[in-house]
Design a protein around this ligand. Structure first.
Ligand SMILES: [Zn+2]
Length: 508
């Protein structure tokens, strides 16, 4: 029996109990009226016979000569218990005080129990899920709404929420509201925990009961936003970083395309090149790795515009079969200044060692499953706080006998920043040679510091600009790890796309 059924039955049972107790109280106090029949107020024995006799005597015989006032106060004696009473006491309502008190005490105890539950877990713990979900839009935003949402997330997580109610939650999320339009960062913050819990549930269970849930999740748009510095330089390409997150069950995969960049005076060739790209997001990306989008060199000045993106949910990264497609515009604001303040070169044995440790895992090879190659890096090796003022821009080459077979340009901020300034370009690689890479001394990893790449990580929205860049150059033995098809490779894979995806009408 589901928790919701328990709550509903609880309310039915509780309601029935309350009605029963209230009826009992009413019955105890008001039900047993005399209705004109005289009764002994002590033993409730009927004194109707006695009253009649008395009355006959009074009317028929003059010898009694009792006045009306006398009759009211005349003593009556019960033939059953011998109790003596006055006439007006004969018509008293019989009240069972003990019963009434017991019923009242039971009602009070039940109310206190309900109240303690309400105090402990809030009203939603004693309300059926369906009602909680229906009421949520009317709960004032703030701590109470957050409490209700986390209550529902807990119910999702512990598996006690029915599929129908989980679908109702997806509907709520899909609708969003004025402050939380679907796909926005605020929407992500509000509904993300639910969607995480649903994704976890779907990945745990292959139950056919959850199929409607799977379909429901597929209707949700991905969350997309831009992050990173707003200050760039006219003599360097301007990079915006797109963050993407989706809630789709695997292997459904997110693909992004730039349809257009509005309001930013871009070089037409650079724009054309962007429009020809298709980026495929790895669903295993645990770090929310940003996608670096290179807008090329821009003229000095402040530019406001929009990045028009198309997102596509494809059924798997292999087949590219579209399931749903949508478009959105992310606002861009960049301030292009003339030239970057130069960064001071820095290189010492300690930083060189940290960079070497960064690249120590070397090359991952996933034979036969594109992308077949990736550098495995550990940027946290440079997170010691005294490297906070150092920007890292490096060109990493996997070399065979000194000849580069794979080149990756990447940048990040030292001192363990918020990763908002990390990025990389698509690698250049010679796949035919790389597949032969091994740990023999013929293969090495050469890493060079680069001032211009470091500038891309020098500015972050929230912290002071970097003043130094790593200017070293190191060469270390190449480590090679052959991994299986399921292993995570790059967070984003670039592909050349032919045309924007169009969703075919469902076939009949
Ligand atoms: Zn009596």
């Amino acid at each position: 029996m589901s928790n919701e059924t328990v709550i509903i039955l609880g309310w039915i049972g509780g309601g029935a109990f309350a009605i029963l107790m209230l009826s009992l109280i009413w019955w105890s106090l008001f039900a047993d009226r005399s209705m004109g029949n005289p009764r002994c107020p002590h033993c409730w024995h009927s004194m109707a016979g006695r009253a009649e006799l008395h009355s006959t005597a009074r009317n028929g015989g003059s010898e009694l000569r009792q006045t009306v006032a006398d009759q009211r106060t005349a003593p009556w004696q019960c033939s059953e218990c011998g109790g003596i009473t006055s006439e007006h006491q004969l018509f008293k309502t019989r009240r069972r005080w003990r019963h009434a008190c017991l019923a009242l005490a039971a009602l009070l105890a039940a109310t206190l129990w309900l109240r303690s539950n309400l105090v402990a877990g809030g009203w939603c713990t004693v309300t059926p899920d369906r009602l909680v979900i229906a009421l949520l839009p009317f709960v004032p935003d703030g701590t109470e709404a957050a409490h209700v949402r986390s209550h529902l997330r807990d119910r999702l997580e512990n598996g006690s929420l029915s599929t129908a109610n989980a679908l109702r939650m997806i509907d709520l999320a899909q609708r969003g509201d004025a402050r939380t339009p679907p796909g926005s960062p605020s929407w992500n913050a509000t509904y993300g925990p639910w969607l995480h819990a649903i994704a976890a549930r779907l990945s745990r269970s292959g139950s056919p009961d959850d199929e409607p849930l799977r379909q429901g999740v597929l209707r949700l748009p991905p969350t997309l936003s831009l992050r990173g510095s707003e200050i760039w330089w006219a003599d360097q390409p301007c990079i915006v970083t797109a963050l993407a997150r989706d809630w789709w069950p695997q292997p459904v995969t997110l693909q992004l395309r730039v349809l257009h960049v509005e309001g930013i005076p871009m070089d037409p060739d650079v724009l054309k090149n962007l429009q020809d790209c298709r980026w495929i997001h790895n669903a295993d990306d645990q770090f929310d790795s940003g996608l670096s989008i290179n807008l090329g060199k821009l003229p000095i000045g402040e530019h406001h515009g929009g990045l028009q993106l198309q997102w596509t949910a494809v059924d798997s990264p292999r087949t590219h079969e579209p399931i749903s497609v949508g478009e959105l515009i992310l606002p861009i604001h960049v301030d292009i200044q003339s030239t970057a303040p130069p960064l001071t070169p820095i290189s010492d044995a300690e930083i060189d060692r940290a960079v070497a440790a960064c690249f120590a895992p070397g090359l991952r090879i996933r034979p036969g499953h594109p992308p077949q190659f990736a550098f495995s890096t550990r940027q946290f090796e440079t997170s010691s706080t005294h490297l906070r003022s150092v920007a890292f821009g490096v060109i990493a080459h996997a070399c065979e006998d000194g000849v580069p077979r794979r080149t990756l340009r990447m940048w990040w901020r030292g001192g363990g920043g918020d990763r908002s300034s990390s990025g990389s370009e698509s690698p250049v690689e010679d796949a035919q040679r790389l597949i032969t890479a091994d740990t023999s001394p013929r293969w090495t990893l050469r890493i060079q510091g680069d001032a211009e790449l470091a500038q891309r990580a020098a500015h972050e929205p929230v912290s002071a600009a970097a003043t130094h860049y790593w200017a070293g150059s190191i060469e270390i033995p190449l480590q090679v790890e052959v991994v299986n098809a399921a292993e995570m490779m790059r967070p984003w894979i670039m592909d050349r796309a032919q045309a924007p995806t169009e969703l075919l009408p469902p076939s009949r």
